[in-house]
Design a binder for this molecule. Structure first.
Ligand SMILES: [Fe+2]
Ligand SMILES: [Fe+2]
Length: 450
């Protein structure tokens, strides 16, 4: 049995679809419509609507031309979208599906349906606006934005990213960070992406230095988040990276100015007490060498060196006759000297640095077992910077002549560190010192060139 489906007038009315039969030749006019079509276009009665011509319904004459052309060529139009105007001349999106029929008397007519698609169009337009908005936002952003799939392949980038790597966006799709950045750096990015894919935990505001293809270094701040599909499965990552180089340079310059100003203050001590000044310089050299083995960042290293260069600045307040006194100091004189720590801390405690400058100085005579001064701090209460500074200080002091004591030499200093290893002094740092001395052929590496 043949299956047939008849869309009759009442069914079409029920579905809200306009049905029409329109005479094209010899005279254009609506022959018949269902009641939905006139209603859709704001006419109160079919009779009133029949006075209208089809081309008058098109808002834009170009649409009518295109419609007629398709009809002439193929004899039918399928879901032709056009903007119509209703009786009040208000726009209305419709879709026309119709066929041309030639009758025996050579007259031509058009039969078909007109659907009101304004609702769909509104959603479509809203989506298009949102898409344009997002595209515009991404492309005008002075930040690199990139989307990657689960295999760390780039699926989308914005203009800024493309400019940064010197390629067109379409040349970047399907590639990975390994195609644009040095191996080590790309590996870090790869690890970060994989961590997000595994855990779903975003990485927010990570500061990193990036080597660009042209060899310049940039300082950037990156935030990466997981991308989910509807089911909740992570399908990739989205990242945004902001260039902070200019800001970082300004910060660096500010920091360097402050550091240089403090070095000048330190140098004033040289005039009064050249011994303490050169002691501090050598201690800074030892501390810098130790920290060099720890893979610290630039700022932390600078902080430790500066603390070392100024750690005994408080000795300015100690009378020279006590500082330079040969032989044993009295209890009172010793306590006077000990005060140099708190004095120096008082001078520098209000200076704002991105590293623990004042605290390192404050702790430089503290020992792990609590036998140090001034606060008798113990173990974990003592920061790593201070542990390094303490050991550097002991090493320098024992290997240089002091007014009240001859230099005892590297071997004796080594014995002191071995005895105090893990008791007074941080074991890891002591081991680094011995490794550095061994590397220097058993000699004091801080004496070279000083
Ligand atoms: Fe000191
Ligand atoms: Fe010292």
């Amino acid at each position: 049995m043949k299956n047939t489906f008849h869309l009759n007038f009442s069914t079409a009315d029920h579905l809200g679809i306009g049905l029409f039969k329109y005479n094209l030749y010899p005279r254009e006019k609506f022959i018949v419509t269902n009641s939905t079509l006139p209603q859709m276009l704001g006419h109160s009665s079919p009779a009133d609507f029949k006075k209208t011509k089809l081309n008058d319904l098109f808002f834009d004459p170009k649409d009518w031309e295109e419609f007629s052309q398709i009809l002439r060529k193929s004899g039918k139009v399928i879901f032709f979208e056009a903007l119509f105007k209703n009786k009040e001349n208000n726009p209305l999106w419709v879709a026309i599906t119709a066929s041309k029929i030639t009758l025996k008397n050579e007259s031509e007519c058009l039969e078909g349906i007109i659907e009101n698609i304004s609702g769909h169009k509104a959603v479509e337009e809203k989506l298009a606006i949102e898409k344009d908005f997002l595209r515009g936002l991404l492309d005008n952003m002075p930040d690199a934005v990139y989307f990657k799939d689960r295999n760390n392949r780039i699926v989308k980038v914005n203009k800024y990213y493309a400019q940064g790597v010197g390629l067109r966006p379409e040349e970047i799709i399907g590639k990975s960070d390994f195609d644009f950045f040095p191996q080590e750096q790309a590996k870090r990015m790869f690890d970060d992406d994989n961590k997000i894919l595994e855990t779903g935990i975003p990485i927010v505001g990570k500061i990193e230095r990036t080597l660009l293809p042209d060899g310049r270094w940039n300082q950037v701040i990156t935030t990466k988040i997981p991308m989910y599909e509807k089911s909740g499965k992570i399908i990739g990552t989205m990242g945004i990276t902001r260039d902070m180089t200019a800001y970082a340079n300004t910060e660096r310059e500010r920091l360097e100015m402050l550091v240089n100003a403090l070095r000048v203050v330190g140098k004033t001590l040289e005039m009064r007490d050249p011994y303490t000044f050169s002691h501090m310089r050598r201690v800074a050299k030892i501390a810098g060498n130790i920290a060099g083995q720890l893979g610290w960042d630039e700022n932390r290293l600078l902080g430790l060196k500066l603390s070392a260069e100024l750690h005994d600045l408080g000795k300015m307040s100690v009378p020279l006759e006590i500082l330079n006194k040969p032989g044993k100091l009295s209890e009172l004189e010793y306590r006077f000297i000990q005060e140099h720590v708190a004095k120096c801390y008082d001078i520098v405690k209000d200076i704002q640095f991105p590293f623990p400058f004042a605290e390192t100085i404050y702790q430089h005579h503290e020992l792990l077992d609590g036998s140090g001064y001034p606060r008798r701090l113990k173990a974990d209460q003592i920061i790593l910077e201070a542990r390094i500074l303490t050991i550097s200080d002991v090493l320098e002091a024992m290997t240089h002549h002091r007014p009240y004591r001859q230099a005892v030499g590297v071997e004796a200093a080594g014995r002191e560190l071995t005895e105090g290893r893990g008791v007074k002094y941080d074991s890891k740092i002591v081991d680094i010192v011995f490794a550095l001395i061994a590397e220097n052929g058993g000699k004091a590496f801080w004496m070279n060139g000083t």
